[in-house]
Design a protein around this ligand. Sequence first.
Ligand code: GLC
Length: 781
Amino acid sequence: MKFGYFDNKNREYVITRPNTPLPWINYLGSEEYCALMSNTAGGYSFYVDPRDQRILRYRYDNVPFDRGGRYIYIRDNKSKDFYSPTWQPVMKELDSYECRHGMGYTVVSSLYDKIRTKISYLVPPKENLEIWMLEIKNESKKTRDLSIFSFVEFCLWNAVEDMTNFQRTWSIGEATCEGNIIYHLTEHREERNILAYFICSEKIDSFDTQRRDFLGNYGYNSLEKPDAVVKGKCSNSIAIGWAPVGSHCIKVKLKPRQEKTIIFVLGIAEKKSDAKMYRKKYKKKEAVLKELKNLAVYWDENLAKFKAETPDEDMNTMVNIWNQYQCRMTFNWSRYASYYEAGIGRGMGFRDSNQDTLGFVHQVPDKVKERIVDLASTQFERGDAYHQYSPLTKKGTGGGYSDDHLWLIFSVASYIKETGNIKFLEKMVPYDTGKSGKIYDHLERAIKFSWKHVGPHGLPLAYYADWNDCLNMKGKKGKAESVLVAEMFVAACNEMVRLAELSGRKTEARKYAKLAIEMSDRINKVAWGGAWYLRAFTDNRKPVGSSKNKEGKIYLETQPWAVISGVAPENKGIKTMNSVKKMLATEHGVILQQPAYQTYHPELGAVSAYPPGLKENAAIFCHPNPWAMIAECILGRGELAFEYYKAILPTAKNNIAEVRKTEPYVYCQMVAGRDHPDFGEGKNSWLTGTAAWNFVAASQYILGVRPDYKGLLIDPCIPKKWEKFTVSRHFRGARYNITVLNPNKVYKGVKEIIVDGRKISSNILPVFGDGKEHSVVVVMG
Ligand code: GLC
């Protein structure tokens, strides 16, 4: 069943009914101002940090669902009937409804009792504000006398305080209205030099800034039926304490066919005079239309860095539009603020953010460079790292994971492959103590940490957890070991070999090559289980992910990483990936581990605490799925790689949206596994490493256009029935228009490459850096 469709020409997903299986959201704003926006106008906004600078209040897991948002009420003053043109919060049935989520904007259009509305919500590029433009038209034959209300509920900046410390927060809220601007002034008089403003372009009839007065009945009424709207007028309340809100009431008379535009601007400023400037700037519809155009240009430029035309429409929609858009949002907000991450706990994850750069580096490499520096600055001198940091203070917290620091090597390597900026390795960056070292030294210390801290089998210690947050094996002895970290270590050493060679550190290169071989040997000696690789050893040296285990016999992660890292010789690589296919692959994606744990295993921790089929206990955890695709591409099995790609591809699930439930335009973190009655149901959409890794798998391994240190490597691995596809890619200052032909219907293999009419001898396209377009014809075979 469908709840909407893709309009690729406009880069929009069009939702055709308001009650989607979950709120289907969008992220407005790509820089410092962020507005989460659902298809029924739910959501919240924040500036830089969702914990400390939250602008709108949102009630997670509320009843009814998805409350707190950017609401508009329309009341017919004659019939006294009222409704919300975005369906929520009044939830009266609309005569028509459509929501278009686009790149940086959302437009909700509806019809109710012959009143047609179109509300465009957007965050203009480079602005710290959001605009809601309401276009309203009377399609009836009578003159209509309407009261229109805006409504937001302000968060008192610190979102944690806001939901916990009511003895204080109920006495600090302040809001007022001057002319047609509402100001949220909580804490403005002391510590904070930030205020929020909420502007209406029109003359207002009345306003409310105290929630209790807007709702009426001492605040017992709900947003479905607030007193102000029932009566057709606000009460000019001023918030001193309690709950500051912002509502403008505008009276409008519309003759038959008459139209009107009302513009609301919500944003942050240091002082009131800044807000007044925005009132002027965005008073006219033309100014807003111009910003919508600017947004289109902004996204044209970003998305033009990579474009593909393949025989698979679902893939095209995803790689050209939504996957890249999602990569930007995960890069921006890590696992911090979504509809499932409350924006108060996690900050920017070290492991997560490093991986997020992999899918975004082609769009804005300079931003990735900055991010890597921020991340590296939270590394400890001994090599490991804080688990996360706050985007506002850039200070780290947490730590004690076995994998975090190694991801830094992959993000640096990928940044250098994209840009060729090998000098970045020499950049001085502080450790958490303030003492500085070259980026290269940071990487070296990361390697050293894992090399030195090993357990009884010589594999890196597992500590609290590795990539799998829920495999918590740290026992009394502190001897548990991670096979995954060992494989990551080998892959990281392989990158270090290249980085050392390219930066003139020959002896070092040899050292890393030796470390890689030594660790590979250890893995093959102690962690090869016969048909697949083990996952770990517990504190008591017991294998995890072995055929000897009753539950959790096979884990996904260590199979593809054995191939990616080169630890598995080809025969073992094929064998191990065959085991994945046989034991873990389903039509909804590859399961993380099987058989599911039915009982709690204290020596393994949280992985066995989830009900079977959910999260790390045998769900289809989407993030490692692209690792399986990449491994299959390395092995040359294009059919399998593509099968795995399609199995979790959101666009390919649009027809069964009632099963998948999460947005058909973005990846989600997990899909319930076959041990769960809701097999196939997605959860936790948007902020997931799945986005970056799928973009890497699709663009670099399936389509095979892969930045490498020396140039752009061409190495596709596709379904063999594909006869042709094209990729247009920006790379180090030039554009490569690549046509790949597959006349012999092979999965993999490049027979010939012609660049600008001339045959080249390797499959690495030269770096032109000349700002020009270059034509590349690749013949597979
Ligand atoms: C979540 C975390 C990520 C972790 C994964 C597996 O997605 O954000 O850091 O690797 O779960 O546990």
